[in-house]
Design a protein around this ligand. Structure first.
Ligand SMILES: [Zn+2]
Length: 285
C-alpha cells in the first residue's frame, strides 16, 4: 500500500514448515521507495519475491527498475529474497558493515543463528556493493534518505528516515507487544527507541513487526509501546530470579515470561533465549 508519495509498504505472508510438518503462518514487511528508479528496503523471504514483483507491476512499474536494495539487518526474513531479486533486476545491495558476513554467507548465519527451517526460505546469497552507516545521507532514485544506526535487535540494525516524506522505517528494532522478544541487547534497544522518539519531522512510522501504520501523535506512543513491552519482560525476568533463584537460565526465564504473557511455546527458539540472556546479563532496567 502507498503510505506517502514515494513510500510503499508491503506485508508479505508466508509459512514455515516445522520438522514435524506443521505450517506456521508468518508475515514480513518490505518497503519500496518509488522514485526515478525503485529502491527496495528488505527483501522478505524467497517465496515472497514474486509478491514484491507483482506489487511493483500493480503500481505501473517494472521489477527490473529496482536499482538499489537497502537492508535494515541480516535476519533471514529480511534478506531471503536477495538472490531472486539479484537475478531479476541486478540491483546494488547496501547494508550494515557489522552484518556483512551474516548477509553474504547464509550457511555461516545458519550455523551461528539457527532459526528453525528458515535457511530453506532464503535465496541467494548476494554480495554487498557497499555499506550504510550512521549519518549517511543518500538519495536512491532521487528519494532523500537518512541512515540511522539503531542497534539492539541486532548489532548493525539500521533505520531509514525519508525527511521529505516524513516517513520513518525502523526495521525490527521496535519490539511489538505480543510478538516474540528478539533483541541482542536490552540497553541498546531502549537507547535506539529513545533516539527514534526524539527524531523531528516523523509523520508516519513503519515498524517491520507490526501491520500498524502509525501517524502523527501515534508515532511516539507506538515507539513507547515497544519500550514498555521490554520493561514488562524485564520485570518478569526479575520476578523469575526472585522466585527461582539467581541461577535461572535463559530457557527458564523464557518459559516464565512466555507463560505469563501467553506467548506460544513454539516460540522458545534460540534467538529468543538470547534475548532472555540479555535481560539476565544486563541487569534490571
Ligand atoms: Zn530481525
Amino acid at each position: 500500500m502507498q503510505i506517502t508519495p514515494h513510500v510503499h509498504s508491503l506485508w508479505l505472508e508466508f509459512e514455515i514448515k516445522t520438522p514435524a510438518g506443521e505450517r506456521i503462518p508468518r508475515f514480513v514487511t518490505s518497503y519500496i521507495l518509488a522514485g526515478d528508479t525503485l529502491t527496495l528496503i528488505d527483501t522478505g523471504v524467497a517465496s515472497t519475491a514474486s509478491d514484491i514483483f507483482a506489487y511493483i507491476e500493480s503500481i505501473g512499474r517494472k521489477p527490473e527498475e529496482i536499482a538499489h536494495v537497502l537492508l535494515t539487518h541480516s535476519h533471514f526474513d529480511h534478506i531471503g529474497g536477495n538472490g531472486l531479486i539479484a537475478e531479476r533486476a541486478g540491483p546494488e545491495f547496501l547494508g550494515p558493515e557489522a552484518e556483512k558476513r551474516m548477509i553474504e554467507d547464509l550457511d555461516y548465519q545458519h550455523s551461528v543463528r539457527p532459526v528453525g527451517r528458515m535457511r530453506d526460505a532464503v535465496s541467494g546469497p548476494v554480495k554487498l556493493a557497499g555499506f550504510l552507516a550512521e549519518g549517511d545521507e543518500i538519495s536512491p532514485g532521487g528519494v532523500a534518505t537518512q541512515v540511522i544506526h539503531t542497534p539492539g535487535h541486532s548489532a548493525g540494525s539500521l533505520s531509514f528516515f525519508m525527511p521529505e516524506e516524513g516517513a520513518l522505517i525502523c526495521g525490527d528494532v521496535l519490539p511489538e507487544p505480543g510478538t516474540l522478544p528478539i533483541y541482542e541487547s536490552v540497553a541498546d534497544t531502549l537507547a535506539s527507541l529513545e533516539r527514534l522518539k526524539a527524531l523531528q519531522g516523523v509523520n508516519v512510522l513503519l515498524s517491520a513487526m507490526s501491520r500498524a501504520v502509525s501517524r502523527d501523535e501515534a508515532v511516539s506512543s507506538h515507539i513507547e509501546s515497544g519500550a514498555g513491552y521490554m520493561r514488562e519482560i524485564d520485570g518478569l525476568v526479575r520476578q523469575a530470579l526472585s522466585e527461582q533463584g539467581d541461577d535461572v537460565s535463559p530457557g527458564e526465564a523464557a518459559a516464565f515470561v512466555f507463560e505469563r504473557l501467553n506467548l506460544p511455546p513454539a516460540g522458545l527458539i534460540p534467538i529468543v533465549l538470547r534475548s532472555m540472556k540479555a535481560h539476565l546479563d544486563e541487569g534490571a532496567i
